[in-house]
Write a protein that binds this ligand. Structure first.
Ligand code: FHN
Length: 596
């Protein structure tokens, strides 16, 4: 039986099975939650100029070259005549994703330039009809994914289409916006129908840049996907305020804390999505592995991108990075696949945790040689070992669970060197499900971390809200100086502590934004007043593009151990904003560091 027939049979069986009983949200998301790690592919005509137009390097991301260089439709369309990626090999691409430990592939079926990377009958501006290549790479890739057991998913730009007067974005050819509804009816819906009926079961449609699509228009796209493939997931960027299946964070944005729903981070290996010959800003496998672990520890998925060349080759640097990540996953995959978010609702300076049943996985981004302390775990540990150790040799540990000691504490004796230069993982086998005391305790190195996400937020004595989840870890849109944050914490060692207020850069990656000048007051052992300034800029492996900004706020002296309280109250918030509406007071956390 040919692969196409096999796919059709599978699809009909799958559709019939679904017709009998409506699929639940948990069923729809099951494979996605288990997967945690996927491959994004941005591939299209933009791979030909690869960032250079008429001898000029065009700034920005590669797939935006038509927009950034304002290339007229007639000129850009001519690229199709040159597109002949003879080295394209669907089998090799899928094998690469598998070797990297990825479980799904999301490929651009149509990006903002309007060109379809598959044989579309709805528009002849497609790879089969308009190029000398004449093959349908989306079909080849879908068939390979079905064969090799990966989910195939399609990116589709539903609003921006620079080739169509009715699509959004091309103001140099079409200064007057055309009929968007007509474009939706005559291009988007027919193309989505093709993608959802001719390529077998599709894991997800990845909509993007919703702009000003209306609720009705977005709903009609959602209804279409649900009708044609009820099991197909709909990405977070459909628009119109219509609820989809998960949240898509900003590009490359790792939230500062857990988000209590399904979410995914789309991210780049260098700075571009579509191939750019001059982009050599490759992130290291270590940085990317830390980000993978951190995302999974906060309950999300990581969709990591490659931009193949016009010949159909995935750049060697990307291949090397993905191989390295795959090596790490082949040893440490148990700490990633099918795991849940950390039971601690905060980050740790040493790394983060994932959880599966009654096991915890401690991922160390920095290896704490010697004694290591984990505060707050209430469940008894049975055994601890290095995930990379095939013999699972037990590590020595002690646990204090006695409430009179003030805090539950696990002390682990670790070898001098971690087994992995990226993320070394220690497994804790517990006697039951992990129970955690969420209180704030002094950590092993004597510092106290007061994260915004674990503070009590109030406004004039009433409970209030601040969102720490959606951007780079800093509070999102804190513009109201009447909002304050309070923390209760436990201090073991009295003494003098330096107070650092951490705010985050935000904005677009490659163009970070940060605004200081907010004034504040801190009330704890004493009162401190000051101004948010950039006293220190610190690279964060979790946030990569966005630095942590330290404001040295002064010192506090605590004369006795035990329960303490700290309040952060802005006195004024600088209203200056960047064009995208960011950033306000992008507060992340306060750190108290012992001075002696
Ligand atoms: O404009 C696109 C961009 O080209 C790329 O596809 C990314 C991937 O998340 N999405 C949009 C920008 O957010």
């Amino acid at each position: 039986m040919s692969i196409s027939i096999l796919c059709a049979v599978l699809f009909i069986g799958f559709a019939a099975a679904l017709q009998s009983e409506p699929i639940t949200q948990d069923q729809r998301m099951e494979w996605w939650r288990r997967s945690r790690f996927g491959l994004f592919i941005h591939w299209g005509l933009y791979a030909i100029p690869a960032g250079i137009w008429k001898g000029r390097s065009i700034p920005g991301i590669g797939e935006w070259i038509m927009y950034s260089a304002k290339i007229p439709v007639e000129e850009y369309r001519k690229l199709a005549k040159q597109f002949n990626p003879q080295k394209f090999d669907a089998k090799a691409w899928v094998e690469l994703a598998k070797t990297a430990g990825m479980k799904y592939i999301t490929i651009t079926s149509k990006h903002h330039d309007g060109f379809a990377l598959y044989g579309s009958k709805a528009s002849s501006y497609n790879i089969v009809d308009a190029t000398p290549f004449k093959r349908d790479p989306i079909r080849e890739l879908a068939e390979e994914c079905h064969k090799q057991g990966l989910k195939i998913c399609f990116y589709y730009s539903q609003v921006q289409d620079w080739n169509e007067p009715g699509g959004y974005g091309n103001t140099w050819d079409f200064p007057v916006q055309g009929d968007f509804q007509k474009y939706l009816d005559e291009k988007v819906k027919p193309q989505l129908t093709e993608l959802l009926t001719e390529y077998g079961p599709i894991g997800m449609i990845w909509f993007d840049t919703p702009y000003n699509i209306t609720a009705e228009q977005a709903q009609s796209l959602k209804d279409l996907v649900r009708r044609l493939q009820p099991a197909c997931i709909i990405s977070g960027r459909l628009g119109g305020g219509v609820k989809t299946d998960y949240i898509s964070t900003g590009d490359n944005v790792v939230p500062g804390s857990m988000i209590a729903t399904d979410w995914e981070v789309p991210a780049t290996l260098n700075d571009t999505w579509g191939f750019k010959v001059e982009d050599h800003s490759w992130k290291s496998p270590r940085q990317l592995t830390i980000i993978l672990f951190d995302i999974v520890a906060k309950g999300g998925n990581y969709l990591l991108n490659v931009g193949p060349t016009a010949e159909g080759v995935i750049p060697a640097e990307s291949v090397a990075i993905l191989h390295k990540m795959g090596e790490w996953l082949s040893v440490n995959g148990e700490s990633i696949y099918g795991t849940e978010a950390s039971p601690f609702q905060r980050e740790f300076s040493w790394g983060n945790l994932t959880r599966k049943g009654d096991k915890l996985y401690l991922g160390f981004y920095q290896w704490p040689a010697g004694e290591f302390y984990l505060e707050g775990l209430l469940t008894r540990v049975e055994k601890a070992w290095l995930l990379a150790d095939p013999d699972q040799k037990g590590l020595a540990f002690q646990q204090t669970l006695d409430p009179s000691a003030g805090r539950p504490r696990l002390s682990l004796h670790l070898p001098q060197q971690g087994p992995d230069e990226a993320v070394s993982v220690v497994v804790l086998q517990l006697t039951g499900e992990p129970m955690v005391q969420q209180g704030l305790f002094q950590s092993g190195d004597g510092s106290v971390l007061l994260p915004g996400v674990l503070g009590k937020i109030s406004r004039a004595g009433e409970e209030a809200q601040l969102n720490f989840g959606s951007r780079t870890g800093g509070s999102d849109g804190w513009l109201d100086p009447a909002i304050a944050i309070d923390w209760d914490f436990h201090l073991e060692k009295p003494g003098r502590y330096r107070v650092d207020i951490i705010t985050m850069e935000t904005g677009q990656h490659g163009d970070p934004a940060w605004v200081g000048g907010h004034t504040f007051e801190i009330h704890s052992a004493a009162s401190l007043q000051g101004v948010i300034r950039a006293d220190e800029r610190e690279y964060s492996p979790r946030a990569h593009y966005w630095h942590r900004i330290h404001t040295h706020a002064g010192c506090l002296t605590y004369n006795r151990p035990g329960s303490q309280h700290l309040r952060l109250q802005p006195l004024s918030i600088n209203p200056e904003q960047k064009p995208d509406g960011q950033p306000g007071f992008t507060f992340k956390e306060i750190i108290l560091t012992p001075e002696d």
